[in-house]
Design a protein around this ligand. Structure first.
Ligand SMILES: Nc1ncnc2c1ncn2[C@@H]1O[C@H](COP(=O)(O)OP(=O)(O)OP(=O)(O)O)[C@@H](O)[C@H]1O
Length: 206
């Protein structure tokens, strides 16, 4: 179980808005987060990953404390070991597709499997600027999975994919999550695109 109870001030320069989130998210399944723009979905994912610190709160994962502002505990992102798919992909411009994956793992078979799933095998030696938006996004997804993280946090990870690609890629991803017993938290503006994943939905800011 991931137990979250946090408070974070948002928009400090613009009047202030409080992001309050309390929830218990089950392990080994997908939690789907939706909500209007500005509700704080990205901020919540970054707080769970450890990239942003809330003013107040507590996060524990399977009993181990990642954050406790009262106890002054705040594990670094490196210690939380979550895979993260950023909304803007955050790829390395100077690295090829293959190098992105080799940076994360030495497992050649695993890399080949991820490339195949993302339909990127033929593009292994391409740098991001020579990939389409959808290919870049699929690379961001498989890079996040390359270290075989127990927890994957994905921010709008399918927004650049066309419907046919989604119909192939999402079920494959779902199968991989089941096989690896992955806990995933996925933010999407389109809740129905996540129907392939069993799991709970959370609506923020409505
Ligand atoms: N590190 C931060 N500290 C304080 N406020 C922040 C921080 N990062 C973003 N914000 C503010 O928090 C608000 C919510 O942003 P966030 O990106 O989390 O929303 P969102 O629900 O993901 O929106 P979208 O669906 O448009 O991506 C924004 O108004 C933003 O300016």
């Amino acid at each position: 179980m991931i137990e979250i109870d946090i408070k974070k001030k948002l928009n400090i320069d613009n009047g202030g808005q409080l992001l309050k989130f309390t929830g218990k998210l089950p392990l080994h399944t997908v939690t789907k987060i939706t909500g209007p723009s500005g509700a704080g979905k990205t901020t919540l994912l970054k707080i769970i990953a450890g990239f942003i610190s809330p003013e107040l709160g507590r996060i524990s994962v399977n009993g181990s404390i990642w954050l406790d502002t009262e106890e002054k505990i705040n594990l670094s992102p490196q210690k939380r070991l979550a895979g993260f798919v950023f909304q803007d992909y955050a790829l390395f411009p100077h690295m090829t597709v293959l190098q992105h994956l080799q940076y994360a793992t030495k497992g050649a078979q695993w890399i080949n499997r991820l490339l195949h799933m993302a339909e990127l095998t033929a593009f292994a030696n391409h740098k991001p600027m020579h990939l389409s938006g959808g290919q870049q996004q699929r690379l961001a997804v498989i890079r996040a999975l390359a270290t075989k993280p127990k927890l994957v946090l994905m921010d709008e990870p399918f927004s650049a994919l066309d419907i046919k690609t989604k119909l192939r890629f999402l079920p494959a991803l779902n199968g991989l999550f089941a096989e690896m017993q992955t806990t995933a938290i996925i933010v999407s503006h389109y809740p129905h695109e996540l129907d392939v994943f069993a799991g709970n939905g959370i609506s923020m800011g409505e």
